[in-house]
Design a binder for this molecule. Sequence first.
Ligand code: AMP
Ligand code: MN
Ligand code: MN
Length: 318
Amino acid sequence: MTNNSLIKAVESAASVGITGHIHPDGDCVGSCMALYRYIRKVYPEKPVKVFLEQPADNLSVAEGLNEIESDFTKPAEAYELFVVLDCSSEDRFEPSGELVSLAKNVYVVDHHMTNTHFASEGVISPDASSTCEVLYDLLEEDKIDRDIATWLYLGIVHDTGVFRFPACTEHTMNIAGHLLTKGVNAQQLIDDSFYRKSYAQNRLIGDAVARSELLLDGKMIYTIVTKADMDRFGVGTKETEGLIDQLRLTRGIEVALFARQDAEDTYKISMRAISKVNVASICASFGGGGHMFAAGCTVKGDLSDAITQISAMVMLQL
Ligand code: AMP
Ligand code: MN
Ligand code: MN
């Protein structure tokens, strides 16, 4: 994979498509929207579209979400360049997969250690806090306006858990500082997009935390939320964010696991570790991936079996 500049790739492409991973989170939406708004601003004549599943309402922090394209059917003419952001493997950019495969060139911007290097060009920085941090370094600073800065700030805030996780470095904080000079309303963004929950969400989180269980002598905590639980509290699958963060904050644990039922026999698993266990490698063995201390995967079939296997893998690393 060559590391030609993103700007050069965009400038030489007749049309640009942008996409990120399924169930887009703050970093995915932030990086896709920041690049989209940047191209719209700096190259107003260039055809550009951003393809994403509809993001959760709390991620609507700046202009542009209503311009997201959710029609993934094949266009009359393929995009010359597709930029894929915050996405570690080809199966993760469904439902845009076919559109991306039709593009002449694919450029990846990412920070997952489990990235499969599916593109011919791009930048993958496993040490970066977020894709927004990687993207910031590829854009021309003087062309970043308040809107673009706000989208970038969203991704950094969300993937660092508000500047707390180990991947948040001096460089991350310097970028965040520069973004503030562009007029980002940081306090409001952090409260509204990260911490604020609906009454229903808070009740579901409270219930799931109350039902959580400890394993491995208190070193691991887990909880499960079924479809019936979400229905009972009137909460959608997009609205369970924050739960894993609460589990992670349990004193004495090294690993937190949250399993959410997405279909009859399908569970989305989120894992977090504090400082010792590589949860990316554990999730990778279930077909998922992510980062050393934050990763996920999807399991089909017997969930309690999967949790038993996972806790055995955790024990080996403790
Ligand atoms: P989550 O638990 O969904 O918040 O994800 C934590 C991190 O792991 C994020 O960086 C995700 O992009 C990554 N991740 C989650 N699920 C998967 C998966 N099935 N495959 C690869 N990476 C994943
Ligand atoms: Mn992401
Ligand atoms: Mn990310």
